[in-house]
Design a protein around this ligand. Sequence first.
Ligand code: UD2
Ligand code: MN
Length: 511
Amino acid sequence: GAAGTGQDGQEQAGSSPGMHRVLSLDVTLAPRDPRAPGQFGQPVAVPADKQEEAKSRWKEGNFNVYLSDLIPVDRAIPDTRPAGCSEQQVHDDLPSTSIIMCFVDEVWSTLLRSVHSVLGRSPPHLVQEIILVDDFSTKEYLKEQLDTYMSRFPKVKVLHLRERHGLIRARLAGAEVATGAVLTFLDSHVECNVGWLEPLLDRIRLRRTKVACPVIEVISDKDMSYMTVDNFQRGIFTWPMNFGWKQIPQEVIEKNKIKETDIIRCPVMAGGLFSIEKKYFSELGMYDPGLDVWGGENMEISFKVWMCGGEIEIVPCSRVGHIFRNDNPYSFPKDRVRTVERNLARVAEVWLDEYKELFYGHAPQLLRGGAAVGELGPQRGLRRRLRCRTFRWYLRNVYPDLPAPLARASGLLVNEALAGCIAVEGTTLAFEECDVNSTHQQFNYTWLRLVQHGELCLAPAGVLGAVGLRRCQAGSRSLGWLHGALATGHPGLVSDAAALPCQGGHSAGGH
Ligand code: UD2
Ligand code: MN
């Protein structure tokens, strides 16, 4: 191949025309110091007399920074690809890619290891450039010192932003100057494994609207070891839009004879690591630039891709390690929780259609911050122009296993003592003999806690006394009713925000 060094002088016998066996480039296969700490992805222990130092440096990155600094920036890691990957064929004429890594206050050794893993394990002819976007870091070493270090690698460009953009707009700034046909986004604390790049680009060559993600493996935040992860994981979300991983059930794997090397289509991507054709990304309007700092952009791009004609795929033969951390090591310009919630609400407002009720129903505090999501017109306009499908289509076709009933419950409102039912008669209420077949007695209990019949909702007619009907109004507290099961034990005390348990914030968990 064009990049023929080291290991890739393999036999090409058996290749189809125009294809070659995936290159197994790894300039670290013969490590300079096989006994260096962390070599081959092995765990490292902090010596007894360095515990204090290691502990005090943890906060610099929210992982074991002390150990990271001991480990060579070009260490070898085990080839964790499933059997068969190294024999796979990819096209000869793959598009080249710009690799975009943005960072704020990244630890020096991890940033370097990320860059070296790209330089050392990617076919050079496919790497157009590596763009490091410094998102207005406060650390001095990320300025001239970084420029100087990187100046010996002609493909590496450092872009210093003059104000904090947040990761979403920082990626956009990187995309703006990128010249490759494909954009590959990576976090700044990763290690790309052998053969990681070609399989991603091969998917995009197959179809330009495919968005290809590597399997994200785990670099331990504690001992810096490189660990593989279970196969057959899909990126999913649960309400209210919490990202997670979900194993494909064993019976599904068996029934469909899914192999470890098979592509996995995902309802959503984790966010940090993916390749996308540059022109396609731009046709999609890239990211919503109204998303702030961190969080939710993986939902936005995932919904947008699926609903507007593309696909999100995990490519099992492409593997990249990532340091998962318990907390962001950098500060947020505004409140972290609010920032993420606002981003998610923006995504819900633009992409979820009537299903945004489920989102708000699982996180009622968000509805009250309503106005703060900002201008949505341009994003909704984009969705119309691209003639994207509905969220209902997405649920049916992409993520059918997500429970998403539009009403939380539906049926009759039965009085326990008299066994009679509330009925709608015109615009007023009546109390009748129950009849499951009577449409007049059918109500929905919505995610926003309205008791709804068509356009009308059950409402107190005064302070105490009569009950009547009013035109429904989502988010109105005076129209909200607590279901007995939610209110039990807390008469008069339950605020409706507290009644529904909400899951925690964004989680990259599952590994
Ligand atoms: C995950 C994603 C991350 C992003 C995030 C949600 C993976 C492995 N990681 O969280 O890429 O999609 O979910 O938004 O899928 N950064 C900046 N400016 C900022 C904040 C962050 O440049 O204001 C950089 C940061 O240095 C890092 C990258 O953006 O390189 C992602 O941030 P993270 O590593 O804190 O996010 P992570 O992995 O927890
Ligand atoms: Mn990260």
